[in-house]
Ligand binder design. Structure first.
Ligand SMILES: Nc1ncnc2c1ncn2[C@@H]1O[C@H](COP(=O)(O)OP(=O)(O)O)[C@@H](O)[C@H]1O
Ligand SMILES: O=P(O)(O)OC[C@H]1O[C@](O)(COP(=O)(O)O)[C@@H](O)[C@@H]1O
Length: 324
């Protein structure tokens, strides 16, 4: 199995609260709550570790409430290379209603010391060559300039290693300019980058083609319950997960990215694109049935897999005009 390093610049404790229906401005009673160490790079790392990979987790970690993160590293078997900084990691609130709607309240994160990025780069320099792929995931701390993402993407590329990026907003704008190997925006994030709402497959395909022409080999666009549009080196594919009963969609995107990266790392003879997308999509559908990341060991995972559809999507017909 591969060695992967994930970078989380702004980790979070996810306060997951489940309830029937949220009534703003009222006292609401939850049916379940949990506080979990999270953040995009960490969630990706958890899935990859479950899939048998050796994973190093790094980034910046606030030392005042580091304990739940350190417990996760130990429990999930993740190699901890986080740079500790003064202060607290943020708390992100995730309100999951019975109907499947999730409301996210994501914090801005800690203020980082002036030398934090340099310290991290110093930590990363010897680690990057030891890993097969680097994943950069999530937002940036409030006072970190978005150009930091471009700096990190460039650092990995210059070391000759592939880099996968999952972020949003200005950090995505800067990160894309540095040409990562793969990205996994959802439709909203890609639309924000494109500067307009993308409402048809053709519009998404046009944006993906621009990114691929720039050198971003894989553009994985997630569409929530409508699955995935994948623009990769082997062609274009569309996947559709089976209907599942949704408890919380938090971590679905991170699970999808981890599943796609796992497929990429399989030995050559197992790297069938249809099966890889099918696996990653089914794993992300598994994820939304409960809190936390997707579980490939779920007892009915094979059924989910069998019921996940993947369609090659040739460019020479009018499918591009289809709504998403
Ligand atoms: N309601 C759902 N039912 C089944 N699968 C889902 C559902 N929501 C998300 N997924 C799966 O998880 C993937 C990622 O979800 P999405 O919400 O698009 O990402 P993000 O969490 O990054 O916004 C989707 O592409 C899909 O495969
Ligand atoms: O860094 P950001 O963009 O605020 O996102 C962090 C949040 O995203 C998550 O990683 C979940 O992401 P996905 O739902 O996209 O998989 C949460 O665990 C975390 O609270």
């Amino acid at each position: 199995m591969a060695r992967i390093m994930t970078i989380t610049l702004n980790p979070a404790l996810d306060l997951n609260a489940d309830l029937q229906t949220l009534t703003p401005g009222q006292v609401n009673r939850t049916t379940a709550t949990s506080l979990d160490a999270a953040g995009k790079g960490l969630n990706v790392a958890r899935v990859l570790a479950r899939l048998g990979h050796r994973v190093t987790v790094t980034g910046l970690l606030g030392e005042d409430n580091a304990a739940p993160f350190e417990r996760l590293f130990a429990d999930a078997g993740l190699d901890d290379s986080f740079v500790r900084i003064p202060g607290e990691n943020r708390i992100n609130i995730k309100i999951a209603e019975q109907g499947g709607r999730v409301t996210d309240l994501n914090g801005a994160g800690f203020q980082i010391p002036a030398d934090a990025l340099k310290c991290l780069e110093f930590r990363l320099a010897p680690l990057i060559p030891e890993h097969d792929v680097i994943v950069i995931g999530g937002s940036l701390p409030a006072n970190m300039p978005p150009s930091a993402v471009a700096e990190l993407v460039t650092m990995v590329r210059q070391a000759g290693k592939p880099v996968w990026l999952d972020t949003s907003g200005e950090a995505l704008v800067h990160g894309l300019a540095a040409t990562p190997d793969a990205i996994k925006p959802n439709l909203e994030e890609l639309s924000a980058w494109a500067g307009r709402a993308l409402t048809s497959r053709r519009e998404v395909a046009d944006v993906a083609a621009r990114l691929q022409a720039q050198g971003i080999t894989q553009v994985i666009v997630s569409l929530g319950p409508d699955g995935v549009l994948w623009f990769g080196p082997e062609g274009r594919y569309r996947s559709l997960p089976p209907p599942v009963s949704v408890l919380s969609t938090v971590c679905a995107g991170d699970t999808l990215l981890a599943g796609m990266l796992h497929g990429q790392l399989l030995p050559g003879e197992q790297r069938n694109p249809t099966q890889r997308l099918q696996f990653a999509t089914a794993l992300s559908a598994e994820c939304v049935r409960h809190a936390g990341v997707g579980d490939p060991a779920a007892p009915d995972f094979t059924t989910l897999l069998d019921n996940t559809r993947v369609y090659p999507w040739p460019g020479d017909n009018n499918h591009g005009e289809m709504p998403l």
